[in-house]
Design a protein around this ligand. Sequence first.
Ligand code: AHG
Ligand code: MN
Ligand code: MN
Ligand code: MN
Length: 334
Amino acid sequence: MQTPITLGEFIIESQAEYPEATGALTSLFSSLRLAAKVVNREINKAGLVDIVGAAGNENAQGEQQQKLDVFANDKFKTALAARGVACGIASEEEDNYVTFDEGHNKDADYVVLMDPLDGSSNIDVNVSVGTIFSIYRRVSPVGSPVTLEDFCQPGKDQVAAGYIIYGSSTMMVYSTGNGVNGFTFDPSLGVFYLSHPKMTTPTSGKTYSVNEGNYVRFPQGVKKYIKYCQEENAETNRPYTSRYIGSLVSDFHRNLITGGIYMYPSSSRYPNGKLRLLYECNPIAFLAEQAGGKAIAGAGQRILDIRPTELHQRVPFFVGSANMVDKLEDFLSE
Ligand code: AHG
Ligand code: MN
Ligand code: MN
Ligand code: MN
């Protein structure tokens, strides 16, 4: 067997295809990779050290922060600030965007948006969690302070997006707009290896993922689609299988590989859904489309076309295999 290519090698080789590239994105990925390893190490021993449980404060969206939410946020923020490759970050765990306007970060081109720890409620019970990141080129002039507009860009303008899944194995999956590639971490060597080159998602699948406990609060179209998933029909492989972990990264990762649909609709409790457009929906939608799938907020509303108005904006989210999202869209537009 050929020696597998490492994430570091892959990034450098991909950069060689763009002679105009400055290497800034390469350094940015190095920062993310380093922080991912640190967070992975901590998550792996979470039961042994005092890092599970609530941190004792709320984030900007009124959620109880977990200790690992705060830890992961700090590690990614510090790693990104250290290399001079990002001029600012926005995070689910920060009230406002953070500027790195001084020193070597002053002339940086990129902003990074992130969900440092996705699926926090799963940490205490040893279920997979993740990190989601999204990268844009700033729109404000280099050298001036970053602005809200740098962060509130439509998802279709993302330069790159990806996630790390801390699962039964740890993986990084990302795209720079030229397909999706997945890398598995070898903990004995501390290296990510290309394990899932050119990932594509099946056009149809058999899995639907939604928190069905909220069923009675969902819009009619969503309820009807869920019933459709449950109906017996040999031709279309129904009933589908229901799978819901409660970590978007893990639910999406499974459906990406096997085919399926993930839904976090609006409900009477969350009129705009629960998931955050900038830290969760946009990066996942970018990956879904790059893998041949689809992501919408409602009938005819492509996630990546939405122009954000605020950092912590929430949006209903439907993502997955193209045929399944199309079918759902029929029900939503009825
Ligand atoms: P986070 O842990 O980053 O706040 O995200 C939680 C999100 C997402 O990971 C998950 O899919 C969803 O919340 C689960 O919500 P419910 O428990 O309401 O189903
Ligand atoms: Mn949270
Ligand atoms: Mn999340
Ligand atoms: Mn989170």
